[in-house]
Design a protein around this ligand. Structure first.
Ligand code: 15L
Length: 261
């Protein structure tokens, strides 16, 4: 049985994955700064700070893969992003290098959020971050690239769209990632024989998705489609108003926008 490190295990995606894997298909090492409750037989709690090199080394030693969901998930101050989305991530990558562990890194669509909503892109489109948060995800993808090129650490960077139980606004017709597809995506990353370095869009099979996957070495086949909810959500404008509707990153892109050219 594979041993998987799940960081951010108490977060939205982390707790959904933990629940999805409650059948014990993986041996799980769970880490978060928030409480994680009772451990099941296949779970082990690892309490510690990902910026601590010795802790990261103990967390990853002997593991097969890390599903790294820890970090700041929104556009907060630079100092916090540096601590949690850069320093902590570097700590995990350094341990992944030491122990030859595959990384599955939660990047975000906000790494490319300044693309206009009238075009489709694939994973090779140049990054266009929409916020400091988006920049922190570009750093993360850069770390993943560096550690593959220089140290052979395999990585899948997941540019996650909108992970929600159900889509609830117009933007989600393009960006929704269902719980079922997220779990399948993580399992594809874990179970693929080889992944090298790969960016994958974490998006369901939405008819109106903006993000097209050119290379899919892990065999991700999403099943959900936000279009099933179109009648209910098509009239619900995205948070951030009309400007947010112009950019794939929505409200992250329209916040603090001042370009008049
Ligand atoms: C993200 O990266 C955020 O963590 C999440 O809260 C949502 O805003 C999501 O992107 C999205 O774009 O819907």
């Amino acid at each position: 049985m594979k041993t998987i490190v799940l960081t951010g295990a108490a977060g939205n995606i982390g707790s959904a994955l933990r629940q999805g894997w409650s059948d014990g298909r993986y041996q799980l090492r769970l880490n978060d700064i928030k409480p994680l409750g009772e451990m099941a037989a296949h779970e082990t709690l690892y309490i510690g700070d990902l910026r601590d090199a010795a802790f990261c080394s103990a967390l990853l030693e002997g593991a097969d893969a890390v599903v790294h969901m820890a970090g700041i998930g929104t556009d907060l101050e630079l100092e916090l992003l540096i601590e949690h989305n850069l320093k902590a991530l570097l700590g995990v990558y350094q341990a992944a290098r030491t122990h030859s562990v595959r990384m599955i890194y939660a990047s975000s669509n906000h790494a490319i959020g300044m693309y206009a909503t009238d075009i489709d892109i694939d994973e090779y489109a140049a990054v266009r971050p929409d916020s400091l948060y988006g920049i922190s995800k570009v750093w993360g993808e850069g770390i993943a690239r560096l550690y593959f090129d220089k140290h052979g650490v395999e990585s899948v960077c997941l540019r996650i769209g909108s992970f929600e139980a159900e889509p609830f606004e117009r933007r989600h017709l393009h960006t929704w990632l269902s719980h079922r597809d997220m779990q399948h995506l993580a399992e594809c990353c874990i179970d693929a024989p080889q992944v090298g370095f790969q960016i994958m869009y974490g998006v369901s099979a939405n008819t109106q998705r903006w993000w097209q996957q050119s290379d899919n070495p892990i065999g991700y086949q999403p099943q959900s489609n936000a279009e099933e909810f179109a009648a209910r959500i098509a009239a619900i404008s995205s948070r951030g108003g009309p400007l947010a509707e112009q950019f794939q990153g929505g409200g992250f892109a329209s916040a603090d926008y001042s370009n008049t050219k």
